[in-house]
Design a protein around this ligand. Structure first.
Ligand code: PMP
Length: 359
């Protein structure tokens, strides 16, 4: 595996090598069945076992109680942006949104077809470089929607925001799911596209409380109802079997490596290596306010676009891939998800110091 380089891509992103190695074995012959994992029927014994184990391991990873469903859906996190209001809002209902970046804005934009979106907080005034602490909730929101980690702007909620009593909190955790301990009881629903911390693109993990599934609209197409997925073990139609399989291997990898406590500890350590250097550097600086910085996506700039470009080119040539910031903000972004090794962060900082000394 020595030909693998440091992959700082924001997503699809680095996966644990052990997971990839096991997947490679299973592609040709899954558990001695003589059939590869992708070639097994979703209704057969082999895949049914994978599905049951993946759900059980997901529950174990995040201590998910029985009154929450673990669902595997498709269409990416982006499809949840409309699936949520479609299921939970009537035309005269309001849902409150904490707007902390481009993804939250996209989520808000999907609401108008089904009800009203109220922006209860926003950090757009300073180009989303912080997590707002003030909230202004509407009178009777059906739910509050947040984005726990803002992949593009490099900010992250340190803890759950407080929400009006009894109102379900719904979280887009696409870029920080299972990166630290999760108290699912604080949420009505948590969802995430798999392609950062969980597996390949093409499968979306949805953890949703039963009462939300039960109260959801029945007048919408079956494939868009959470109920359909809950009642059919996510197999109403053909689920993304390979993605679910990989996600299951990632859950086992998390459990083997100390669970969410250890993920949190290791992610904090990795991020602090980078942020500590950014604090002292005279060339590079972090773009997010220090109390809002993400442990998953570390965004930084030199203040000079040409120098940013030169740095990215030099870093890429030295084997640090995917450091270019999102096209909407520029600069650099180091995405250091669960599977990203500490060694890679140490090496990057060494490279940055060297670049700074020559600048
Ligand atoms: N939410 C967040 C926080 C994201 O980072 C992304 C993708 N980068 C999305 C939503 C959209 O996910 P998808 O591409 O799976 O629709």
């Amino acid at each position: 595996m020595s030909e693998r380089i440091f992959n700082f891509s924001a997503g699809p992103a680095i996966l644990p090598v052990e997971v990839l190695e096991e997947a490679r074995e299973s592609l040709l012959n899954f558990q001695g069945t003589g059939i590869g994992i992708m070639e097994h029927s979703h209704r057969g014994k082999a895949f049914s076992g994978v599905l049951a184990q993946t759900i059980a391991d997901c529950r174990k990873v995040a201590q998910i109680p029985d009154d929450y469903q673990v669902l595997f859906m498709q269409g990416g996190a982006s499809s949840q942006f409309f699936t949520i209001p479609m299921n939970l809002l009537s035309s005269d209902d309001t849902a409150d949104y904490l707007v902390t970046g481009s993804w939250s804005k996209k989520a808000v934009a999907q609401v108008k077809r089904f009800g009203t979106a109220h922006k209860a907080a926003s950090s757009e005034d300073r180009n989303f470089c912080y997590i707002p602490t003030e909230t202004n909730y509407s009178e009777a929101p059906k739910y509050v929607h947040m984005t726990s980690n803002n992949t593009i702007f490099g900010t992250q909620f340190a803890t759950e925001p407080s929400v009006p009593h009894g109102v379900p909190l719904i979280c887009d955790a696409s870029s920080d799911i299972f990166s630290r301990p999760l108290d699912i009881r604080k949420y009505g629903m948590v969802y995430a596209g798999a392609q950062k911390n969980l597996g390949p693109s093409g499968v979306t993990l949805v953890i949703v409380r039963n009462d939300l599934v039960e109260q959801a609209n029945t007048e919408i197409p079956e494939m868009l109802q959470y109920r359909t997925f809950a009642e059919n073990d996510s197999c109403y139609n053909t689920p993304p079997t390979f993605g679910i399989f990989i996600m299951g291997l990632v859950f086992q990898w998390i459990l083997k490596n100390g669970g969410l406590e250890e993920m949190g500890r290791s992610n904090e350590k990795k991020a602090s290596i980078l942020y500590d250097y950014l604090k002292t550097s005279e060339l590079f600086s972090a773009t997010a306010d220090s109390d809002s910085q993400s442990m998953m996506n570390v965004t930084f700039v030199t203040g000079n676009e040409l120098t940013d470009k030169k740095f990215i080119e030099a870093a890429t040539a030295a084997g640090f891939d995917g450091l270019k910031g999102h096209r909407s903000v520029g600069g650099m972004r180091a995405s250091i998800y669960n599977a990203f090794p500490e060694e890679g962060v140490v090496e990057l900082v060494r490279f940055m110091k060297d670049f700074e000394s020559k600048a």
